[in-house]
Design a protein around this ligand. Structure first.
Ligand code: PMV
Length: 334
């Protein structure tokens, strides 16, 4: 038997500036609204995959040196089943994945993880996907992974079906690094596990929150304003809509019955600290995902000053600067 060819790929994580929260089609991960994100440098997950007929039928999965159990493992296997079905394979896979950022660093690990897995698994299965097809495949692992296929500012078109729901880079003509110069300051307040997973929380918000339709409606206008701000290199205009969009998403979650509250007391303290830093004249706008930590959109040139000001105000928090990063990359297999 010839050894199965292995493929290795890496991807950075991303933070949504205009959020996705809710699936119009859960099995295909078609979101209820389009979203906009920034891919962050220095946050790569690198994954090696091979399909090997000699294996005993179960996939062997290692993430950061350990074998995941329960739902984490089931998600990877379900995703590999999708790749196997498309490629006409039945072989078990070996997956070895490692991330340069700790899983609990307050940065979504599933976005980088599933973008890297989609690229490595499809290649190991003999498929040659272009970036759009890769984004559609990564979407099936985790919605936000669709965006991590690309670097810089990325738009995920909600679409209406599998073919039309994919991400693409936003044409910025040098805006990332010039003109707009976005960067993120990540404030880790708590490394604890999520209380409720995003899929379940989205479902509950859609079904029970009276504020959900209003948030989706406002989100459409938010995306239009955000894209106009990017075009005009207007970071303050972008920042205002970014913070409002995230707070609206959490307002909709909090209004769910029963309430979904990812915030901790320190989350609110961090929101006030961001506001105080902004009132002192530094560019800083908060955003929050499905957890208690706060990420701050800022200007690259001011990122270190913003991080220092936030460290002063939030003793005990881990505050780090992240700059824009690139998309999925095929790597040499170790
Ligand atoms: O990638 P998922 O399906 O777990 O959803 C992530 C949702 C948010 O991070 C809260 C928002 C977003 O657009 O990334």
């Amino acid at each position: 038997m010839t050894p199965a060819p292995a493929a290795t790929a890496s991807a950075n994580t991303n933070i949504a500036l205009i959020k996705y929260w809710g699936k119009a089609d859960e099995s295909l991960t078609i979101p209820t609204a389009s979203s906009l994100s920034l891919t962050l440098g220095g946050t790569r997950t690198t994954t090696t995959v091979s399909f090997d007929d000699g294996a005993d039928g179960a996939d062997a999965v290692t993430i950061n040196g350990a074998a995941p159990g329960g739902t984490a493992r089931a998600r990877v296997t379900r995703f590999l089943d999708l790749v196997r079905a498309r490629a006409g394979l039945t072989a078990a896979a070996s997956v070895v994945s490692s991330s340069v950022v700790p899983l609990a660093a307050g940065l979504a690990s599933s976005a980088a993880g599933f973008a890297a897995l989609a690229a490595a698994a499809s290649r190991a299965a003999g498929m040659d996907l272009d970036d759009r097809a890769l984004s559609r495949l990564a979407r099936r692992g985790s919605g936000s992974a669709a965006r991590s296929v690309f670097g810089g500012l990325v738009l995920w078109n909600a679409g209406v079906d599998d073919a039309t729901s994919y991400a693409e880079p936003v044409e910025t003509a040098g805006a990332v690094g010039a003109g707009l110069d976005p960067a993120m300051v990540v404030i880790v307040l708590c490394e604890g596990r999520k209380t409720i997973g995003s899929t379940e929380a989205m479902r509950a918000t859609m079904r029970t929150s009276p504020l959900y339709p209003a948030w989706v409606e406002a989100g459409r206008e938010d995306l239009r304003s955000a894209l106009a701000a990017v075009r005009e290199r207007d970071l303050p205009r972008l920042g205002e809509v970014v913070e409002a969009n995230a707070l609206g998403m959490h307002a909709a979650m909090i209004a769910s019955r029963p309430s979904i509250m990812y915030w901790l007391p320190r989350t609110i303290e961090a929101l006030h600290a961001v506001r105080a830093v902004r009132e002192e004249g530094l560019p800083a706008w908060a955003t929050i995902d499905a957890g208690p930590n706060v990420k701050v959109l800022t200007r690259g040139a001011d990122a270190d000053a913003v991080a220092a000001a936030l460290r002063d105000r939030l003793p005990g928090a881990a505050v780090s600067v992240r700059r824009p990063g690139g998309g999925v990359r095929i790597e040499d297999t170790p």
